[in-house]
Design a protein around this ligand. Sequence first.
Ligand code: ATR
Length: 273
Amino acid sequence: NELYAVVGNPISHSKSPRIHSLFACQTGEPVEYTAIQAPIDEFSGTVRHFFERGGKGLNVTVPFKEQAWTLADHRTPRAEKAGAANTLFLDQENELVADNTDGVGIVRDLQNNHGVALKGLKVLVLGAGGAVRGVIGPILAEQPAELTIANRTVAKAEALVRLFAKDAGATVLSACGFEAPDQPFDLIINGTSASLQGDLPPVSANVIGPATVVYDMMYSLQTTTFNQWALDHGAHRVHDGLGMLVEQAAESFFVWRGVRPETAPVIEELRTD
Ligand code: ATR
């Protein structure tokens, strides 16, 4: 078997080993996938050691995605723009390549699993941290009508708008604070880490209309804090980030193996775990 792993700290709750084992089973690919907890100050040594031992590919998670991006000798265009990497592998010259599959992960989950085509939609993204930066490029590529990035620290949302201005095409791309948006959006994506503390970004309930679809990039067994708030204010549908997690994993699997696993049965399996 060929060796793959996810590196993070902490790592014990990671669903990636389970997801990739299911992919390996389903596709018959000779993939063995483990979890590695890297000491906080030992990420690069952990990566080097893994590939020296013959490892074929790594996923990278919190808090090392930016370090993975810095460490790589080469970056795919989508990783370059994301400023963070969740996927590492060696090229034919044995040089370290960084990729980022998070952005296509959310777009595929929305479009393929939830029937939400982004083209022409009015989209509100809450948050402007690393997780949001990773998804802006792939969302813009689908040509929404509007993409509004709202954040507690408005300057960070403005910096993202400058960074992606050239990729916006016909999309109206703008930045603001949480209190500014006051009209219903077609799609609201929560990319803040506020819900980790059971907190809500203080956005007006006017952003939710009867047709609004809400997507929380977090996932949990129960409805997330943000999604519950959205339901309480009449959102049409809410989704959490489990599908995104499986879709980014499938894209990494494809990057490494050239084989695209089916995601729907894996998402279903994880829901009932
Ligand atoms: P991640 O990798 O999860 O994106 P991050 O880069 O630290 O982590 O970004 C966290 C995001 O959640 C930021 O947009 C942050 O707002 P600031 O940029 O103003 O710090 C947002 N966030 C975190 N805690 C929050 C809270 N309690 N209320 C609202 N927004 C919060």
